[in-house]
Design a protein around this ligand. Structure first.
Ligand SMILES: NC(=O)c1ccc[n+]([C@@H]2O[C@H](COP(=O)([O-])OP(=O)(O)OC[C@H]3O[C@@H](n4cnc5c(N)ncnc54)[C@H](O)[C@@H]3O)[C@@H](O)[C@H]2O)c1
Length: 260
């Protein structure tokens, strides 16, 4: 496994949003590649259980990524106790539903606070440590929603577009310091977030088969993504297999966004 993700063995990575879903998948893939992990999540019990399950070389941190001083303290402790952060996988994200004409202001604020401000705070705290070392790779999870409009997902789509562009600018600014910054944009992936989506709106059959009334096209590969399939792309971007890749948003969606 370490061979597949060259250069990751023994390096330190921070994975946010690691208690469940895609973040947990990323943590498990990186750990199997020999990465020394710090896993952080507002769900402290979840990351503690994950660290216990993974055993050696994984330390859990309870962290709300919207809390600037807490982010700074967490990154500082990771650097002191786990080691200099080589890779950041920022996976945290939330999804609130509501059409633009109806959505509650509090839901809009929460979406942008967690998805956009959280990404800004975590990337800033990590980048500040990477800059003097002139080494590092940062990956944030955006979404196909950043480029494909979805009904009742205005706040989510807007927040993910903001994350993708924020990372692109960070990549531009950090390139002279040998720090790469990329996004991975999953299509619909089987996680708790999607189970909640299915409970309120859509069945897997509708997502995979398309729903023209909702302007949703079918997924050509004919199934939802698994977290491990997103995690492999994140690990590739953190590894030395992708040393000339920066400022990109890699779409991993089974063709669902039709190449858009
Ligand atoms: N599942 C999908 O279909 C899908 C598709 C595209 C993009 N994404 C994105 O992938 C990422 C992971 O999604 P998922 O499906 O695994 O969701 P999930 O809900 O299973 O996991 C999200 C994690 O983020 C944590 N979190 C939420 N708010 C936090 C905060 N303020 N501070 C720290 N941690 C916090 C949660 O506790 C949870 O562990 C998100 O950014 C999501 O927008 C998911």
């Amino acid at each position: 496994m370490a061979e597949e993700f060259a250069g990751l063995d023994g390096k330190v990575a921070l994975v946010t949003g690691a208690a469940t879903g895609i973040g947990e998948g990323v943590a498990r893939t990186l750990h199997a590649a020999g990465v020394h992990l710090a896993v952080a999540d507002v769900n402290g019990d979840g990351v503690t259980a994950l660290a216990k399950d993974l055993g050696d070389n994984c330390r859990a941190f309870t962290l709300d990524v919207t809390d600037g001083p807490a982010v700074e303290a967490c990154v500082s402790i990771v650097e002191d106790t786990v080691g200099p952060i080589h890779g950041l996988a920022h996976v945290v994200g939330i999804q609130k539903f509501g059409q633009v004409a109806e959505m509650a202001e509090a839901d809009f604020d929460a979406t942008f606070n967690v998805n956009v401000k959280g990404a800004f705070l975590v990337v800033q705290a990590v980048a500040r440590r990477m800059i003097p070392r002139e080494q590092g790779s940062i990956v944030a999870i955006a979404s196909t929603a950043a480029r494909t409009p979805r009904i009742a997902q205005g706040a989510y789509c807007g927040s993910k577009a903001a994350v993708a562009q924020l990372m692109c600018v960070a990549g531009l600014e950090l390139a002279p310091r040998n720090i790469r910054v990329n996004c991975v944009s999953p299509g619909v992936t089987e996680t708790g977030m999607v189970q909640r989506l299915m409970a309120t709106m859509e069945t897997p059959e509708v997502v995979v088969g398309g729903n023209l009334d909702a302007y949703r096209l079918p997924v050509p590969l004919g199934r939802l993504a698994r977290s491990e399939e997103i995690a492999d792309v994140v690990a590739f971007l953190l590894s030395d297999r992708s040393t000339y890749l920066t400022m990109q948003d890699i779409v991993v969606d089974g063709g669902g966004a039709m190449g858009a």
